[in-house]
Structures are given as C-alpha cells and as structure tokens.
Design a protein around this ligand. Structure first.
Ligand code: NAD
Length: 335
C-alpha cells in the first residue's frame, strides 16, 4: 500500500484529478490517499494558500499527486507551486513530451525530455521597485544548483538509455549568470564521456525545436527557459492536454501536469484529463509500479488512437469524466 498526498487543486484541477483517480483505481495499485489543500481553494477553505499541514503531509509521505493551482497575475499571493518546490527542495522539473498516434500535431515520433532547474533563476522571485517607474528582478544562478541539475540530467540519460544531453543557455548575453550555469554543466558533462553532449543558445533552440525536434533528446536548462520551452514541446505533441511532469528532490517527489488551472473551463467537464493521467503514470513508475504505469500509457494510446472519446482540444466532444472512464475501462479490459 502506497501512502500518497493528494492535492486536487484549483480551476479544472478537481475534475482532472477525479478522472485520474478512476484510472489509477483501474490498475489495482493500492493507495492510501492523504488529502491536502493548496492554492486558491485552500485560501478560501482554510485561510492559507499553502497550509503547514500540506507541507507536513508531503514531508511525511514523500510523494504527492497534485492538480494545477491558480496564481494571481500581477498582484495577490505568490505562486504556491514555486513555494512548494522551494520548501521541499524539489530541484528537478522533469517534463517528457512524447507523440501519441491518432493525435493531430505538427510531427510524429517526438520523444523529448526537458530537465528544468526548479529552484532558482528569475523564478526565485527576488524583485523590487526602483522608484515608482522602474522594477528590477534578480536572476539567481548558483554553481551547486547548476551542477546538481546537470548531474540529474546525465544520470537520467544513462538510466533511460537516451542518446544525448543538450544544455540550453543564453551565456552570450548573460555572461555571469548563464555563463556560470553553462560552465557548471560542462564540468559535469566531462564526467559522462559515454553520453553525447552539446550546447545551444535558447533562442536558436526554440527555432530548432520547431524545425527539427527529432534532432534533440534530453535538454537541461535554467528555470525560466525550461518553463517556456516545455510548453513549446507540449505544442509539438498536440498541446498542454497531453503533457505530464514531475518535481523531484532527494527522496521526495511531487507530480503534476505541465498545464495550469484553466479557470475559464472550471466545472464545465470539458478539458482533457490525459496530462494528469500520464502524470499519474510517471508517479507510479517512480514508485516502482512500472507494470501499472505501462498499462495506463497503453490505454491512453489506445483511446487516442481510436479517436472516439476525445475532448475538445483533440477535436472530439467527449467530457473530461467520459474520456477518463474510457481509459479506465480499457485498463480493466486488458487486466
Ligand atoms: P493554463 O495551462 O491553465 O491554460 C492555458 C490554455 O491551455 C487554456 O485556456 C486551455 O485552452 C488550454 N489547456 C490547459 N490545460 C488543458 C487541458 N487539460 N485540456 C485542454 N486544454 C487545456 O495556463 P494559463 O491560462 O496561463 O494559467 C491559468 C492559471 O494556472 C494561472 O493562475 C497560472 O498561474 C496557473 N498555472 C499553474 C500551473 C501549476 O499549477 N503547475 C502551471 C501553469 C499555470
């Protein structure tokens, strides 16, 4: 029996989490869910956007499954996602992007992995006004955080038998901050002579990912570039509705889809639950439940390929719950 902290999240979170729980149940993996609150909904129900009990639960179970959380734009409370990653030192944001048959997208056979540094860069949120008409945000890069994300990327490449690691940076302009990141990744790369290593400047990388994505494999980069390029990668495989992710630290991990809480679709039973469902598969694989994870991925591929139970973003008219049920039923039939 696995103990897992469950955060249903804001906006579309509760709907996609409900569909995902049906799918996990269909695999037969026994889970003792510890429900915890975070985000806008937690602020409304318990007066804190990140209650201490939620952090305690994650520290105890060491594993969490989380729906997206709403972050107010401009003013209001700071991102709870960023706060969670910092508080639990979840320094890796792993974002795989894989093509599925039957999904209309610019390319077939995409298999990319963004390894995004998850604790520093402009995401550290260190910013202030300089007088009334200027604002300053500080980009923080340290050698230790850069080396540990680089080491994760190379270890991941070895473990998953990937061909190469590309470091993405802007060290031509940001000579000190990205320069330090690049230098740290180069020094770690030298310890892995068996893994091909190359360097790309981030703007060029964005263009190349659009023009020849098959050329790339594992990409390691600072926080903000990882945020942006992983959405680009999601676009290459058919959209945010299909993109899972994991936030990983030492002996602790929090799994969530790449996409946000899409507030305009809240309660409408319209959005695609697949990113959340594939996130659950990533989580089960992390827990050593590879067979159950494989069954979920196979059922997702089957439902996508059949094309009958698809949500609006994939050209269908099925609801969130119905698509989730179709995936769950396929798993049960194949068991
Ligand atoms: P978003 O990802 O919520 O939505 C952008 C658009 O993508 C949506 O309007 C919708 O068209 C589409 N989309 C997203 N998820 C989908 C799904 N499952 N199925 C089908 N279509 C889907 O991004 P946003 O509108 O920029 O942000 C909304 C809120 O989410 C903000 O408060 C933001 O801070 C937050 N956010 C949270 C996370 C997280 O919790 N990890 C990540 C990103 C954004």
């Amino acid at each position: 029996m696995h103990e897992i902290t469950l955060i249903r999240g804001d906006g579309i979170g509760p709907e996609i989490v409900a569909a995902t729980l049906d799918v996990i149940e269909a695999t037969g993996v026994a889970i003792d869910w510890k429900e915890a609150a975070a985000g806008e909904s937690a602020l409304e129900s318990c007066g804190a956007a990140l209650p201490e009990e939620t952090l305690d639960s994650l520290r105890e179970t060491r594993i969490g499954l989380k729906g997206p959380l709403t972050t107010p734009i401009g003013s209001g409370f700071r991102s709870i996602n960023v706060a969670l990653r910092k508080a639990l030192d979840l320094y890796v944001n792993l974002r795989p992007a894989r093509s599925y048959p039957g999904v209309s997208s610019p390319y077939r056979d995409i298999d990319l992995v963004v390894v995004r540094e998850n604790t520093e860069d402009l995401y550290a949120g260190v910013e202030h006004m300089v007088g009334p008409d200027a604002a300053e945000s500080i980009k923080i890069i340290t050698r230790s955080a850069s080396e540990r994300i680089a080491r994760y990327a190379f270890e991941y490449a070895l473990r998953e038998k990937r061909r190469k690691v590309t470091v993405v940076h802007k060290a031509n302009i940001l000579k000190l901050s990205d320069g330090l990141f690049l230098e740290a990744v180069r020094s770690v790369a030298a310890e892995y002579p068996g893994v091909e290593f190359e360097e790309r400047i981030v703007d060029n990388m964005a263009m190349q990912l659009v023009q020849k994505p098959h050329f790339y494999d594992v990409m390691v980069m600072p926080n903000l570039y990882g945020d942006i390029l992983s959405d680009l990668c999601a676009g290459l495989i058919g959209g945010l509705g299909l993109a899972p992710s994991a936030n990983i630290g030492d002996g602790i991990a929090l799994f969530e889809p790449v996409h946000g809480s899409a507030p305009k679709y809240r309660g409408k039973d319209r959005v695609n639950p697949t990113a959340m469902i594939l996130t659950a598969a990533l989580m089960l694989r992390h827990l050593g439940e590879a067979a159950a994870a494989g069954r979920i991925e196979k059922a997702v591929a089957g439902v996508l390929e059949e094309g009958k139970m698809l949500t609006y973003d994939l050209g269908g008219s099925a609801g969130t719950a119905a698509m989730g049920r179709a995936i769950a039923e396929k798993i049960k039939r194949d068991r």
